[in-house]
Design a binder for this molecule. Structure first.
Ligand code: NAD
Ligand SMILES: O=C(O)C1=N[C@H](C(=O)O)CCC1
Length: 366
């Protein structure tokens, strides 16, 4: 049984950004952005040193973000499900990198709903460096690519149980993983792309802990696991079949679907000859509306996949689809992955690298 401890006492702030960190890494010329109902609003920029225990913006303290603070939006059905664990007051903070992005915001909301605490510091792109982002009532200070090692080391010293959740961009995957591994902070890597082999090698060499998965949606992960089991048990079962794969994502997605790549690996084991560059990627909103049937309100955030198999004589066909609108399915899965990882770290598990299938197998589903 895991020795992971669950606090029963009332929630207490578990971390603070110290004056020392503030002095070391002042973030001058901070900008405040606010997200309301998914829309970003910019307030006039202000010159402000990095968060201190006594400083405030608009009279709001910015030193620590605790699970006791409320998100000022109605609870969705999914967040109601997550709120059932908030009473357990899970005792580790999360650092969410890429927090100005769609997933970053969703992770913060899901994490707070689950009773986790969010470190008020996030690594972002150069262009977002120096901004303060408000997500609900949370204020998160964004740091660009410089001085990250020192900042992360200081944060980890102050929050020794911290887990990083990374939903950034494919180009940042390897550098970020190297940084987390070097500093020794466990991480959940939800970001797709980059050099995946190098990613695994980096974590393995450092003997650090990580959950890595291009797909955190638990039901989609269960589908991939089922395909993998079929491929293991019946290799070559679809030999000679032809495969057509179409995936559609919001136009801002920078890479091909990482999920489809994993599913295609299963089809290859099942005997189908298919190259990744045959996959059809749809990023054009007009096509998404007309061809794919994406609801208009989800053009900015969806992941639709269809895999069509046809027998050599064309008398038999199979079709698999998984269509996701929005981000909540991934955010909930990523929080489950962080909780799973915290338990592995706490119990000093021998194995260090995990997938979402491991998270599902251990039944860490709330
Ligand atoms: N594993 C999953 O289940 C899952 C689900 C959804 C999205 N994703 C992946 O997560 C990633 C992010 O998706 P999104 O929809 O939130 O994208 P997004 O474009 O909305 O957000 C990306 C964020 O990364 C930040 N960023 C850019 N460069 C950075 C850098 N060098 N360091 C740190 N941050 C940087 C951006 O400022 C932005 O805040 C993508 O790779 C996407 O494919 C994975
Ligand atoms: O929206 C995205 O980007 C997604 N990326 C992942 C992938 O590439 O498979 C998971 C689905 C959403």
């Amino acid at each position: 049984m895991s020795s992971f401890s669950i606090l029963k006492s009332p929630p207490k702030p578990l971390f603070f950004v110290s004056n020392q960190l503030e002095k070391q890494f002042p973030a001058s010329d901070l900008h405040v952005s606010q997200f309301i109902n998914g829309q970003q609003f910019h307030k006039p920029s202000i010159s402000k040193p990095f968060a201190s225990t006594s400083s405030s913006i608009n009279n709001k303290p910015i030193t620590a973000i605790t699970a006791t603070q409320k998100i000022d939006k109605p609870l969705s059905s999914s967040s109601l499900m997550l709120s059932s664990v908030s009473e357990e007051n899970l005792a580790f903070p999360i650092m969410v990198n890429g927090c100005t992005g769609k997933m970053g915001k969703a992770i913060i909301e899901a994490g707070v709903s689950a009773g986790l605490q969010v470190v008020p510091v996030s690594f972002g792109s150069e262009s977002k460096s120096g901004q303060i982002v408000e997500v609900g009532v949370k204020e998160i200070h964004i740091y660009g690519p410089t001085r990250r090692e020192n900042i992360l080391t200081s944060l980890l010293n102050e929050n020794p149980n911290m887990i990083v959740i990374d939903f950034t961009v494919p180009a940042a995957v390897n550098a970020n993983a190297e940084l987390y591994s070097k500093v020794g902070v466990p991480f959940v890597m939800g970001t797709t792309g980059g050099d995946r082999e190098m990613l695994y090698n980096t974590v393995e060499d450092s003997k650090g802990y990580a959950v890595i998965s291009p797909q955190m949606g638990k039901q989609v992960v269960a589908f991939i696991a089922a395909m993998d089991i079929m491929a293991e048990q019946f290799p070559g079962a679809f030999f000679g079949y032809s495969l057509e794969v179409i995936e559609s994502h919001q136009a801002s997605k920078l890479d091909p679907s990482g999920t489809a790549k994993d599913v295609i690996k299963c089809f290859q084991k099942l005997g189908i000859s298919y190259e990744l560059d045959q996959m059809q990627q749809i990023r054009n909103p007009e096509q998404q509306l007309e061809m794919v049937g994406v609801p208009e309100e989800h053009l900015q955030g969806h992941a639709f996949h269809v895999y069509h198999l046809t027998s050599p004589d064309k008398t038999v066909s199979f079709e698999f689809q998984h269509n996701v609108c929005g981000t909540s399915i991934y955010a909930e899965g990523a929080i489950d992955a962080a909780i799973f990882l915290a338990k592995k770290v706490q119990s000093k598990a021998d194995r260090c690298i995990y997938s979402m299938i491991d998270v599902l197998r251990e039944g860490n589903m709330r």
